[in-house]
Ligand binder design. Structure first.
Ligand code: FAD
Length: 496
């Protein structure tokens, strides 16, 4: 039987200490699992790729234990405007002021700084990071996984998660192919530092739908700012990625002498989704499992949602309270959300990347007419709910609201902090949670409370639409209704 401390060097081995791997390692270690994580590089990738994350990701950082440390280094993004070449607004998306998680809807950050904080937190939670050690090979022996490192050593684990990025060694070794959503566009990314108090060229993200040169402006915590420019047919990375071209491209938005280019690189934006996310005891997460064009700033976010979805399920499997078939729900739950977000980013990309002036003129006319009819859009990340399955019952599937609740000392705590990394049973009153029905949940470690004790739970129940709401450890609603449901059958080995 698999179980904590039995027969392996660790419970979970994580391959790759990018943002996804290190968040997963930290979440698992905080649950008390023995976690070893490996990265071929010693330090974090020194320059930013991701610039944006959303409220749900900050809620995961909260679970990890570092949201309050990260928040001061970030800025809140007001939204994103799509502009014509002459800067008319085609579409204006404004970030919602109130979100389900209680954190800002749209957050801009400096990736290397945040990754350092994630690593420090994962280690503080008990994860062991082996930096400068590549994993060359994984071998699933049925009851454990054997990892071979580049120095010839082997490590055994009950499960291995490959968060080893877009070029995943493990995905290739397993022969797992990708579903190609047929979007492939090379873009020049310029990260600049604004000198001497120079204000940012925009305080909202801009998608400039100029058929002569589609480009994007991304506010980041001052003094940083990002520009992205699409390569035109016939252009090469070598021809566009020069200091002189960078100056010319930025000049309409900022005085090139007022900025220092910190990094310039050509990236090819893809829409790709792995066909299998689990092969036995080996799972894929983050860019190893899916890649999206960055137009919605959601690639890393999708990977961190993978980590949150996997953490509590791997914990249940490692403790022997659920069969490994529980892990089949991982791809089943996550892939539809990933397809929706990658599909939306690809659709936005097709709008933005139009280079045919005739097609662009028709697009502009349609979008301007729609805008004058309907105004702007206010939005959270456009994610569908998790669909019904073994871990989603009636009324479940959406992220649960996180209110601030009064704790025993009379202070205000965020609900997730008070409840801990477990199931939450929230009810209007005691009679909605009769002890006979609550007992199996309590044996699963659930935090059970009512609006009589914590009136702030009304906000969660009102948003969920019932008198009883059962929230999974990853903060998604399992079930909502008038009565307490049974523990999901897939977890009933927890209390024989
Ligand atoms: C220009 C650009 C802009 C972006 N903007 C955003 C944004 O605003 N918001 C957002 O959410 N996402 C954004 N993304 C996407 C985001 O950067 C990625 O989705 C995210 O970095 C993926 O994280 P990861 O941990 O899965 O992989 P990675 O960050 O690639 O980390 C993988 C790690 O695995 C290690 N590794 C690889 N192979 C091995 C091996 N064999 N053994 C050991 N270690 C190994 C690597 O050294 C690396 O540290 C953007 C991407 C680009 C290129």
């Amino acid at each position: 039987m698999t179980g904590i401390g039995i027969g392996t060097d660790c419970d979970v081995a994580v391959i790759g200490c990018g943002p996804v791997g290190v968040v997963l390692a930290g979440l698992l270690a905080k649950r008390g699992l023995r976690v070893q994580a490996f990265d071929r590089d010693v330090d974090v990738f020194p320059l930013p790729r991701a610039a944006h994350f959303d409220h749900e990701i900050m809620r995961v950082f909260q679970e990890l234990g570092c949201a309050d440390a990260i928040a001061p280094s970030t800025i809140v993004n007001k939204g994103m405007d799509f502009l014509t070449a002459d800067r008319q607004v085609l579409l204006s998306m404004r970030a919602s002021e109130r979100t389900t998680s209680g954190w800002p809807a749209s957050i801009m950050f400096h990736q290397p700084g945040v990754e350092h904080m994630l690593r420090t937190t994962a280690v503080a939670n008990g994860a062991v990071l082996h930096l400068g050690h590549a994993v060359d090979h994984v071998d699933d022996r049925g009851d454990q996984v054997v990892l071979r490192l580049d120095d010839g050593r082997s490590v055994t684990a009950s499960f291995a998660v490959a968060a080893d990025g877009a070029r995943s060694t493990v995905r290739k070794q397993l022969g797992i192919t990708m579903d190609d959503l047929e979007f492939e566009e090379p873009w020049l990314v310029l990260d600049v530092v604004l000198r001497d108090g120079t204000p940012p060229p925009s305080d909202v993200a801009l998608q400039v739908c100029d058929p002569a040169r589609p480009h994007t402006l991304v506010p980041m915590p001052w003094p940083r700012f990002r520009f992205e420019f699409m390569l035109l047919p016939g252009e090469t990375a070598e021809s566009i990625n020069t200091p002189q071209r960078a100056r010319e491209l930025m000049a309409p938005w900022v005085d090139p002498d007022a900025v220092e280019v910190e990094r310039s690189a050509v990236y090819t934006f893809h829409g790709l989704i792995a066909r299998e996310w689990r092969r036995g005891r080996v799972l894929l997460a983050g860019d190893a499992a899916h890649q999206t064009p960055p137009f919605l700033g959601q690639g890393m976010c999708a990977g961190i949602r993978d980590a949150a979805n996997l953490a509590w399920k791997l914990d249940a499997c490692c403790r022997g309270v659920a069969a490994t078939s529980l892990l089949d729900t991982y791809q089943a739950e996550r892939e539809p959300q990933v397809r929706a977000i990658v599909g939306a980013a690809v659709s936005f990309g097709r709008i933005i990347c139009t280079t045919d002036p005739q097609v662009a003129a028709e697009r502009n006319a349609g979008m301007l007419a729609a805008r004058s009819a309907g105004g702007g859009t206010t939005t959270e990340t456009p994610l569908p709910p998790l669909t019904e399955g073994p871990l989603i019952a009636h009324g479940g599937g959406r992220l649960a609201v996180q209110p601030r609740v009064t704790d025993a000392r009379g202070g205000a705590s965020r609900l997730d902090d008070l409840a801990g990394q477990t199931w939450v049973l929230a009810a209007r009153s005691r009679h909605h949670v009769p002890s006979g029905l609550a007992a199996p949940w309590e044996s699963l470690g659930a935090w059970v409370s009512t609006a009589d004790e914590h009136p702030e739970l009304h906000a969660l129940l009102d948003a969920a639409g019932g008198d009883v709401a059962v929230v999974r450890p990853d903060r998604y609603l399992y079930a909502v209704g008038e009565q307490l449901p049974d523990v999901p059958a897939i977890l009933q080995r927890a209390h024989p």
